[in-house]
Design a protein around this ligand. Structure first.
Ligand code: ZN
Length: 247
């Protein structure tokens, strides 16, 4: 059996240290709430946060990561451009990236998408119903036709992203908006999954279905094998040109 991918959970870890209402929900930080169920499922998991040296995303840390999970919101601008570019390069070389909720505006995600990644939003304690649009997709494994979160922030279309390669989930909100909430991409040799839920004031990352989706996404985004990308001039052909034309 293929070993489970090595996961690095990255969290900016600012709301939890500055806002008591968020600390009440995630006393050890969103990164720990994300890491614990993954570790319990057997994944090798580490965590990193914005205020660590190099944001915890050194060349060595990324070299030892198969799938990076990203949560950020209030401090996207504090992520150094050089480190955002490093994450982007690692994805192009094959590292998986799972971007959660407000990570839609993170530097690595915007670099990889090439669009504004903007959307509509509202904080009004709405029910979110997350419909499975691709029941055979590995990221939807083990889910029903839909699942619900009793209270979440609303994200609404139009979501300014490139058309996903595969759309796994669509969210409906009580106020009437809908949103593409589970989007798959490949960029270079890397796989990217954007998953919408996870506003910091709600206990979303304790939800069993949400935890299942994140674990499924980590498995799906894992590199299929060592990336061996090579480019450039090839003056010597693989076989003599014209040789195959002789009868
Ligand atoms: Zn939010």
């Amino acid at each position: 059996m293929t070993p489970l991918p090595r996961i690095l959970v990255w969290n900016e870890y600012r709301h939890e240290t500055q806002h008591p209402e968020v600390a009440a929900v995630y006393p050890d930080g969103i990164h720990q709430a994300l890491a614990r169920p993954l570790a319990a499922a057997g994944f090798p998991v580490r965590t990193a946060t914005l205020d660590q040296p190099e944001h915890g995303l050194s060349e060595a840390a990324l070299a030892g990561t198969d799938v990076l999970i990203w949560w950020g919101h209030m401090a996207h601008d504090e992520v150094q451009d050089e480190i955002a570019a490093r994450v982007q390069q690692r994805v192009l070389a094959g590292m998986g990236l799972v971007v959660l909720h407000s990570g839609h505006f993170s530097k690595p995600f915007k670099r990889l998408m090439g669009t504004s990644c903007d959307l509509k939003w509202r904080e009004a304690d709405e029910r979110e119903r997350i419909w499975v649009l691709a029941p055979g997709h590995p990221i939807a494994a083990g889910l029903g036709e839909y699942f619900e979160l009793p209270r979440e922030e609303m994200y609404g279309e139009f979501f300014d992203i490139p058309a996903p390669d595969e759309l796994v989930f669509m969210s409906w909100f009580q106020g009437g908006e809908v949103f593409r909430s589970g989007c798959c991409y490949t960029r270079g040799a890397g796989r990217i999954f954007y998953f919408r839920p996870g506003h910091e004031t709600y206990p979303t990352y304790y939800d069993a279905n949400v935890q299942r989706v994140i674990a499924n996404a980590a498995r799906w985004a894992a590199p299929a094998g060592p990336a061996r990308l090579s480019f450039g001039h090839r003056p010597i052909p693989i076989e003599p040109i014209g040789a195959g034309q002789e009868v």
